[in-house]
Design a protein around this ligand. Structure first.
Ligand SMILES: [Zn+2]
Length: 885
């Protein structure tokens, strides 16, 4: 699964609690001795005394209806004699249940369980479990079995990770119960029903229905079972790779014309994965099921779910960015076919074994599919997002225990599980060498084929394959934080020191030492060297001849660590004309890391912010556009934390300093522009055009034209133009946007227009936009961007905050738990001044306690807000000084 922040969705729990029938009453005369009282359901995990070996699942699904009906027959084994078989079940109605062919009594088990008993002990040995049930079809949240409208049709999908399979059918809903499943559907005759394994038989049934039987799957945990039902179009895409895997696309009616890119690149992704793992694609067929939103994108074996905004690309929208995004997310999901599906983590404390590995792999595969994109360069930005989260004391390690529902939800932590996890993997991959690493990965896959694995098994095999060089991995897996590496020279040696990197004033009460591969480049005005040291103590050293005049402490930016650098040397390395830069030849990745290291030095109060600000124009004009993009980050002055006059002065400075660059780029791509140079437009136009009359007016004209006829501007600048024009726009433009949202050609387009409504700054117009979030015309999942637009825009942030404060419970009630958690975390970290921080703290803290995954997200958001406030206080004098110049 690929998560990303701020995509809140909605889920209202209007669903009743268990509709399990009450046990039959026992009368005083029936028995002399009462049977023992029913035991309590398990707290979190199933007891393990009964295990499934194979499922047969039948489901009747009509997408427009409120409930699905079904039966599940489980071949199970009683491992230890027991009186009760506990299964996971949430909001299911149980009509009938049998154990070993005898009618069982059904015991209510709270939110997560149902118990079945014959009121006598079940002996060890095989046991047939047969249950007839009904399950809700969710029409407001993408969880369990869910349905969505497209035009006049309704389609059904499934999404179960991590623990929502239990909303669709009773099962052993834990990842270590990995067994074959045979699914059969009863659906309308003109509907398609597809699932993980191929359809083997379709037969007509009365009342306009048909029976669709699929083959038995490879062993799957419950969270990977998946299906779609509805009047889809199914588009054939031939076969791919060494196993000649048949590929098809499953799209809502009439959307086949938007598949050109997906049809082109999907077979290449399959082939690249087979090459990396040196094995055939493991699941026989690949259906790409196009689900309504980015949310819902998921690695279901044989029927990968990919969101409409990723997959469906109209010919005029086929920009590099759209193409790379689809390829990269597909590579992520299909990487999970190995990391997650073929080898599954044993429990949710090792979610990283799925997600860090999937995230690590997706860039490699994208790079193999299209080397000209240099997709691996984005590894630096990924590492930096992780480091910034990892500098909060509330942040947990990559591997963490998961003994509560909160912890299971929190284990899908974008910044840590995905970004830090993949960055640490990349650091060791670079240290060990990509070839040796690939051999280890192949061996690990082979050792756990079709089974489960744990961190200990991973670590054991890593050290067996790689030896001592692997010894540091655990130190990054099990402790939080980022090491900071300081290098200093005394004659004959470089002294290297590590400690935890933390912003000024933040003290970690526990000591951390990492076993970290430090790779450095260093030299003088004639020579350049590279050396690595495995630093397993606080201090270490590297023998050198003379003291170098320059050091890049993070060679090729592969290390997951911060470094302190002499700002003068850093400035020389960032200046392509300097003598040092001509010898050192820092790569784009090294320059990005250098800029981020300077910013982190400012946060640690080791350097004044104006020194970094003064480098920003140099960076913005770097001949490599990948570096130039970072001028904007170097120029950041914590906008939300400044007072009004200073904020205005900062914007005036941006127009003056970066306006010439933005104007020279303009709104239209030049024929000679590379993709990377074109990408600079979204950075610098966003920075300047709201406040620059010429660029602003041009953006307005382009946005108005696009709203009128969807032409006139490159697809990847539409969002920028819409938001600039909204910021500068009036009520009449708002009304035009709103009409366009109502008449949008598809949901992706509608969501894009709706998000721009969050940039109108006139208070009355802003309030009208916010009312759409509560209204019934649009789905909350598509309007939540309005709210964040308001919160992040200075002129409307208090309106946004007042709106959220007033309606927070109603909004949370409409969101799925993980979306609500992300929403609260984003609000917690939205502000950088004490008053709003206090207001937000009151709002989110109490609510987080009741939403799975929200406590961790809120704790980090509030802590980062506090860090920001402290930093603004430190930086203000230097920012004043800088802007006064
Ligand atoms: Zn994933």
């Amino acid at each position: 699964m690929r998560r990303f922040a701020l995509v809140a969705l909605a889920a209202c729990s209007a669903t009743p609690h268990h509709t399990v029938p009450a046990p039959p009453p026992t009368t005083a005369s029936s028995v002399a001795a009462q049977p023992p009282p029913d035991p309590e359901p398990p707290a979190l995990r199933l007891p393990g005394d009964v295990k499934p070996e194979r499922y047969k699942l039948e489901l009747t699904i009509v997408p427009a209806e409120e409930r699905a009906h079904g039966s599940v027959d489980i071949d199970a084994v009683v491992v230890r004699p027991t009186r009760i078989v506990w299964l996971n079940a949430t909001n299911l109605g149980i009509a009938h249940a049998e154990l070993g062919g005898k009618q069982a009594r059904v015991i209510k088990g709270g939110e997560d369980y149902v118990g079945l008993t014959l009121d006598s002990e079940l002996p060890a040995g095989p046991l047939a479990i047969d249950i007839a049930f009904d399950a809700g079809i969710d029409h407001g949240k993408s969880r369990g079995i869910y349905a969505e409208h497209e035009g006049s049709e309704t389609y059904a999908y499934s999404f179960f990770e991590p623990i929502d399979a239990r909303r669709a059918f009773p099962c052993f809903d834990e990842p270590s119960y990995k067994v074959p499943w045979q699914l059969t559907f009863h659906v309308k005759k003109d509907h398609v029903a597809l699932a993980n394994a191929p359809v083997v038989r379709e037969t007509d049934e009365p009342d306009g229905m048909k029976r669709v039987e699929t083959a038995e799957t490879k062993p799957l945990p419950s969270y990977l079972v998946a299906f779609v039902v509805g009047p889809f179009d199914v588009i054939d895409d031939g076969v791919a790779g060494r196993a000649s895997t048949p590929i098809r696309f499953i799209v809502p009616k009439g959307r086949a014309g938007e598949l050109a890119w997906a049809k082109d690149v999907t077979p290449r992704v399959v082939a690249a994965l087979e090459d990396y793992f040196a094995m055939d694609y493991p699941y026989g067929k690949l259906d790409v099921a196009v689900v309504p939103r980015y949310w819902g994108t998921m690695e279901h074996p044989g029927i990968v779910a990919m969101g409409q905004p990723l997959t469906l690309i109209r010919p005029e929208q086929a920009t590099r960015r759209r193409k790379e995004h689809y390829a990269n997310i597909l590579a992520h999901e299909l990487s999970h076919y190995w990391f997650g599906d073929y080898v599954t983590m044993a429990w949710w404390d090792d979610t990283w074994l799925n997600e860090a590995l999937g995230e690590w792999s997706d860039l490699n595969i994208t790079d193999a599919v299209e080397p000209s994109w240099h997709s691996r360069d984005s590894r630096v930005e990924i590492a930096l997002m992780a480091m910034s989260a990892d500098e909060a004391l509330s942040t947990k390690p990559i591997r963490r225990s998961a003994e509560t529902r909160e912890a299971i939800a929190a284990s899908f932590d974008n910044d840590i599980t995905y970004y830090k996890g993949s960055s640490v993997l990349r650091m060791f991959e670079a240290y060990i060498g990509r070839d040796s690493w690939r051999e280890f990965i192949r061996g690990y896959m082979h050792a756990h084929a079709w089974g489960n694995a744990s961190a200990e098994q991973w670590l054991g095999e890593l050290s067996a394959a790689i030896g001592a060089k692997a010894s540091g991995f655990r130190s990054f897996l099990d402790q939080p934080g980022v090491p900071k590496i300081d290098v200093s020279c005394s004659p004959g040696k470089l002294a290297i020191h590590q400690q935890r990197a933390l912003p000024a004033g933040v003290i970690d009460p526990s000591a951390h030492v990492w076993n970290v591969p430090v790779c450095m480049r260093y030299g003088d005005d004639k020579t350049a060297h590279i050396d690595c040291v495995q630093l397993d103590k606080a201090d270490g050293e590297l023998a050198v001849g003379r003291c170098p005049t320059w050091i890049l402490p993070n060679a090729d930016a592969n290390g997951y660590y911060r470094s302190s650098i002499d700002p003068k040397v850093a400035a020389a390395l960032l200046d392509p004309k300097s003598a040092i830069a001509k010898v050192a030849k820092p790569t784009a990745a090294e320059k990005l890391m250098l800029i981020a290291d300077l910013r982190a030095m400012v946060a640690r109060d080791e350097m004044s912010i104006d020194r970094l600000l003064s480098l920003a124009p140099l960076i913005a004009n770097d001949p490599d556009p990948k570096v130039a993009r970072w001028g904007r980050q170097a120029a950041g002055m914590h906008g939300t934390g400044l007072d009004d006059p200073l904020y205005a002065a900062a914007n005036a400075y941006y127009v003056k300093a970066f306006g010439p660059l933005a104007r020279s780029l303009g709104w239209h791509r030049a024929r000679t522009d590379s993709d990377d140079r074109h990408d600079l437009r979204s950075s610098y136009l966003t920075m300047v055009a709201r406040y620059d009359d010429r660029l602003g007016a041009e953006g307005e004209k382009l946005a108005d034209r696009w709203i009128a006829d969807r032409t006139g501007i490159e697809d990847d600048l539409v969002a920028t133009a819409l938001s600039v024009a909204a910021y500068r726009g009036d009520r009449a433009r708002f009304d035009r946007y709103l009409a366009a949202a109502h008449n949008a050609r598809d949901r992706t387009e509608q969501q894009r227009i709706l998000s721009a409504l969050g940039s109108f700054k006139d208070p009355k117009t802003a309030l009208a936009a916010l009312e759409l979030v509560r209204g019934k015309d649009f789905d909350l999942r598509d309007t939540v961007g309005i709210m964040f637009g308001m919160l992040y825009t200075r002129e409307t942030r208090d309106l946004g905050l007042a709106f959220v404060t007033q309606h927070i419970d109603e909004l949370l009630g409409r969101m799925r738990a993980d979306e609500a958690a992300g929403f609260l975390g984003a609000i917690a970290g939205a502000f950088c001044d004490p008053d709003r921080r206090a207001a937000v703290g009151d709002l989110v803290a109490s609510r987080a306690a009741h939403i799975d995954g929200a406590q961790s997200a809120v704790a980090r958001g509030l802590e980062q807000s506090d860090q920001c406030i402290a930093q603004v206080a430190r930086d203000l004098p230097a920012i004043r000084r800088f802007l006064a110049k």
